[in-house]
Design a protein around this ligand. Structure first.
Ligand code: ES4
Ligand code: ZN
Length: 324
């Protein structure tokens, strides 16, 4: 089984590139950029990764990324992730980035985008892995700030496949960003949104009905609304589930209690992803391995989820077919 999980071709649809910043890299970049960190050692950083909820994680996530300053930093971060993904036989990945987390501290949009984008191009050539970029708006900031960020992204339109919505979910419903997403769709972006991670099923409905999303990121709280579950099954709207993330952020008490197997067996288009692998204890293969063990998933279950993940990509139909 472990070999099967390691070797099966994968697509990853929910990975925040800033969440792939390993503590070792955090220290190396802090040194390179002359930045003082609040921690004395890599071990101290890892010891701090004990979260009570989404917000307690986000506080460290935003603090950690302060070491990312130059185009080279963003390139190195992205390249390191792509190497790990390729080693786990991830054939295609759709990567979130959070431009507002950088522009708000004086780093240019172009610096962030160019560094990440160059790594994606090199990966195609040198690692044989294809990668798309998804720009996420930080939902704890205003709709005006999101709109300004969308405007900044327009010159890079051809290199960004979709826009998404992340950060603090509670109190920041999808409806807050309806106009921004309207504008993004007019400009030709696909849309996705984090919903139903900590937030209620109503937020998932809003993401679908008001933001016209192609996928729901997380979505595990959909089970609280029977009509919603029925709709997600009928429409085959994919959920990008992140099991280790959900445990680290206390969405479920233990992996054994996660509802991913239930969702899959009900016929939802479920996929497995790593979210913020440096913070949550593993990349996509580790998520698969631990989830398979904890819930006793069969090879057929795994195969179905991998098929779902390719089906749920923004690849065009021919490219999709070639990979399934
Ligand atoms: C995130 Cl796990 C999660 N949820 C919401 N926003 C995020 N940004 C990075 N990781
Ligand atoms: Zn996420």
């Amino acid at each position: 089984m472990d070999t099967f999980l390691q070797q099966i071709p994968k697509a990853e649809l929910h990975i925040h590139i800033e969440g792939s910043l390993e503590p070792e890299t955090m220290f190396a970049l802090a040194k390179r950029n002359g930045i003082e960190l609040a921690y004395k050692s890599v071990q101290e950083v890892r010891d701090a990764y004990n979260f009570q909820n989404l917000q307690s994680f986000l506080d460290l996530y935003y603090a950690g990324m302060s070491v990312l300053q130059t185009q080279q930093d963003f390139y190195d971060l992205t390249w390191a992730y792509l190497q790990k993904a390729a080693a786990e036989n991830v054939r295609h990945t759709e990567i979130f980035f959070d431009p507002q987390a950088h522009t708000s501290r004086g780093i240019e949009f172009a610096t962030v985008h160019t560094g990440i984008h160059q790594a994606l191009q090199d990966a195609k050539e040198k690692l044989g892995i294809s990668a798309y970029l998804i720009l996420c708006f930080l939902r704890h900031l205003s709709a005006e700030s999101a709109m300004a960020t969308l405007e900044q992204a327009l010159p890079y339109k051809d290199t960004i496949v979709a826009v998404g919505l992340d950060s603090s979910e509670m109190g920041n419903p999808p409806s807050k960003f309806q106009r921004v997403f309207d504008r993004a769709r007019e400009a030709g972006f696909y849309t996705v949104a984090h919903a139903g991670e900590e937030g209620p099923p109503e937020y998932i409905w809003e993401a679908i009905k008001l933001l016209n999303v192609s996928r729901i990121d997380h979505g595990v709280r959909c089970v609280e609304d029977t009509q919603l579950v029925k709709y997600l099954i009928e429409q085959q709207i994919p959920l990008t589930v992140c099991p280790l993330s959900n445990i680290k952020l206390c969405v479920f008490d233990a992996l054994e209690k996660h509802n991913i197997k239930q969702l899959l067996h009900m016929g939802l288009c479920v996929t497995v992803n790593s979210d913020d692998p440096a913070y949550f204890g593993g990349y996509v293969a580790e998520n698969l391995q631990q989830t398979q063990q904890a819930l006793g998933l069969s090879q057929q279950d795994i195969y179905q989820m991998m098929k779902n993940s390719f089906q749920a990509t923004f690849l065009n139909p021919e490219e999709k077919q070639a990979r399934i």
